[in-house]
Design a protein around this ligand. Structure first.
Ligand code: CUK
Ligand code: CUA
Length: 666
């Protein structure tokens, strides 16, 4: 066995050993002595540091974690919820991809409605039933997480979803008009006025949606979308939303201005060369074409101004969206560029909003822009020229406060509460800790300096610190999200898990406390929120709730006495209840060709008294949480006798919780 494997096993064992002492101490039956703990550590072959790390991250059974991580799931299309410091996986929230366990997308109207409404037939070749989640954005009030909603994008298909943090369910998917993909251009504005999402790969803005790549520069466009949020429900309201047309660069990551820079947004770009590939047609690959320039453009957007311009009616309509054309954005002072060194990836605004940190994949530096300098340069028209589309480019030297050489492949930056920034280094497989400037409280002489560097395993993408992208980071913990995990875990086949590593931000030098495999997804951006901020969580639904609307369902059946079957022509409505351990009615008789509407209410009020509802051969699988109503609609096309059943082991007589769907031939 490799040493790393031994260590991983040993940490778990030590934790089990240590808990004996801790629990004993709690009930007053004695305490683990330092000597006893040392014996365990020695028996496990753990170093003192490893044993200490285990104690720092151990959360006893029945106790809760202090922080939650909301993690993108990459091309699983889902969101993962983790506890910190235990690094336990708490939940997988289905978002863009159906999930049978939670009955999402397998027959229930509510799930199908979300997925269907989220796949625009005018945009997609076929209904899209997966996504590639990259950037979550927790809702904010005054720049701080408020625990209401979570937004997350689909990088593949240019969509965004809203998850309600009352019940951790996906309530809405919006297929963004005029946008075919979206990478990391997701954030909420400081009071969740808007969820922003920008396109990644530009698309043809032509009548029929087609333009040959030789017409790329004229016909293709990027877009910055400002999606208005309903403050009651968290839903996106496209009617109040607007977009800003952008040149056909590859718009990448983005972040909201806050405090000092409130009212502004920042988007990275690369491929300002506008390379389109063609390596098999005598051209060069995108990979080389897109890295020719020394600088790409940081997009600086005045969204408050954009709001006014839209209110004045200075926009065009395009596919149902109000769009500020590029020339209007330039003329009205909505859009400026600042040069940013080669092929940047992350752009992250510091907690006070003063500094905008850009990390260039092909540049060893973090480049720090100062918002005040940006404002001054705009006022003084301190431009070094315009881009081919007429967008003014601010003078690089006038807007940059400092550059810090960090290492190879800097990607993303997070912050703590002491003026430090932490940047992931993909190629170096490390995290660099460095200082911001005086506006973050760092003394002049110590500003913009590399402080520490901690190796991670291996090839880190994103990283997160506790509330590290808010106006008030907590410090405390940092998690490295690593792409590779060679040798870290026992061999489980040729596709290896991803790897999260928990780092203690309170130790000096920085130290890794724990690591966990991520076996079901490839996370990109994640956010870490203090658990006690999730104040809107509910434990059970009010009886008869439709989770999609969070109101009482018109189809609720609150007592088995009200269960019934109503036939109108060849439409059959079945009002059914589920409780331990029976469905009422448990025999449903329909005829071939009928349209069947099942309205099932779980009338339990006990937390966690969940039932399932599965119909074989009809591809139906629902999950009914206590109080929940689900609607299931299908055509009775297949005749026969189908034994529906509760798919959740709910009670001693769970196996008896079943019934018959009889579809009689015509
Ligand atoms: S991204 Cu994947 S490592 Cu989509 Cu924010 Cu950088
Ligand atoms: Cu209800 Cu099993």
């Amino acid at each position: 066995m490799k040493r790393s494997v031994i260590a991983a096993v040993a940490v778990v064992a030590l934790v089990l050993g240590a808990v004996v002492g801790v629990v004993a101490a709690r009930v007053g039956q004695g305490a683990a002595t330092a000597g006893a703990l040392a014996d365990v550590a020695e028996a496990r072959g753990l170093t003192g540091e490893e044993a200490e790390a285990a104690l720092k991250t151990f959360v006893p059974p029945g106790e809760y974690d202090e922080y939650y991580i909301f993690s993108s799931g990459g091309h699983s299309g889902q969101v993962l919820v983790w506890g910190v410091p235990s690094m336990r996986l708490l939940k997988e929230i289905p978002v863009f991809t159906p999930d049978a366990w939670q009955g999402y997308g397998y027959g229930t109207d509510q799930g199908l409605q979300v997925l269907e409404a989220g796949s625009d037939p005018a945009k997609n070749a076929t209904p899209v039933r997966w996504g590639d989640t990259h950037h979550p954005a927790l809702s904010e009030t005054e720049g701080d997480y408020d625990g209401r909603w979570l937004y997350i994008n689909d990088r593949a298909n240019g969509r965004i979803a809203m998850i309600d943090l009352q019940d951790f369910k996906t309530k809405q998917i919006v297929d963004i008009p005029n946008s075919s993909t979206s990478h990391g251009g997701v954030f909420v504005t400081p009071n969740t006025e808007y969820a922003h999402i920008s396109s990644m790969t530009p698309m043809p803005w032509t009548e029929d949606g087609y333009a040959d790549l030789k017409d790329y520069e004229d016909a293709y466009r990027g877009v910055s979308s400002w999606l208005a949020i309903d403050q009651e429900t968290g839903r996106i309201d496209l009617e109040r939303s607007f977009q800003i047309e952008l040149p056909p660069y590859t718009q990448d990551l983005a972040d909201a201005g806050k405090l000092t820079s409130y009212g502004w947004g920042f988007i990275n770009s690369y491929n300002t060369e506008m390379a389109v590939g063609g390596d098999a047609e005598g051209g060069e690959p995108i990979e080389t074409g897109a890295i020719a320039n020394d600088y790409d453009f940081l997009h600086i957007i005045n969204w408050k101004k954009a709001e006014e311009v839209v209110a004045e009616g200075n926009y065009v309509e395009r596919n149902g969206m109000r769009v500020i054309p590029l020339d209007v954005a330039i003329e009205e002072g909505i859009l400026y560029f600042a040069p940013e060194p080669r092929n940047p990836h992350g752009v992250d605004v510091s907690p006070t909003g003063d500094y905008i940190v850009v990390a260039g994949k092909l540049d060893p530096n973090a480049t720090v822009y100062d918002f005040e300098l940006i404002q001054r340069a705009i006022e003084n028209e301190d431009f070094q020229g315009t881009d081919p589309y007429g967008v003014p480019i601010l003078n690089f030297d006038s807007v940059v406060a400092g550059q810090v050489e960090l290492g190879v492949g800097p990607l993303h930056t997070q912050f703590d509460d002491e003026g430090h920034a932490y940047t992931s280094l993909f190629v170096d497989s490390a995290i660099a800790e460095w200082t911001l400037g005086p506006k973050a409280g760092v003394p002049e002489g110590e500003a913009f300096k590399l402080v520490d560097k901690i190796p991670v395993h291996y090839n880190i993408g994103h990283l997160v610190t506790a509330e590290g992208d808010t106006v008030a980071p907590d410090g405390r913990y940092m998690v490295a999200l690593n792409k590779w995990s060679i040798d870290r875990y026992p061999l489980v086949g040729t596709l290896k898990p991803q790897n999260f590593q928990l780092i203690d931000l309170e130790s000096d030098p920085l130290r890794i406390l724990a690591e966990v495999p991520v076996p079901n997804a490839e996370p990109h951006y994640v956010q870490m929120i203090k658990a006690d901020k999730l104040v809107h969580r509910i434990e059970v639904y009010e009886p008869g709730t439709d989770p999609l609307t969070m109101t009482t369902s018109e189809f609720a059946t609150l007592s088995p006495d009200d269960a019934r079957v109503e036939r109108h022509g060849n439409v059959v409505d079945v009002y059914m209840t589920a409780m331990r351990s029976h469905f009422t009615p448990d025999i449903v008789r329909v005829r071939e060709g009928d349209t069947v509407n099942l309205h099932i209410t779980n009338i339990e009020t006990t937390p966690d008294a969940t039932h399932g509802f599965a119909i074989p051969q009809y591809n139906v699988e629902a999950s009914l949480d206590p109080g929940e109503v689900v609607n299931i609609t299908f055509e009775a096309t297949k005749t026969g006798s189908f034994a529906f059943y509760c798919s959740e082991f709910c009670s001693a007589l769970h196996l008896e919780m079943r019934g018959w769907l009889l579809v009689e031939p015509k």
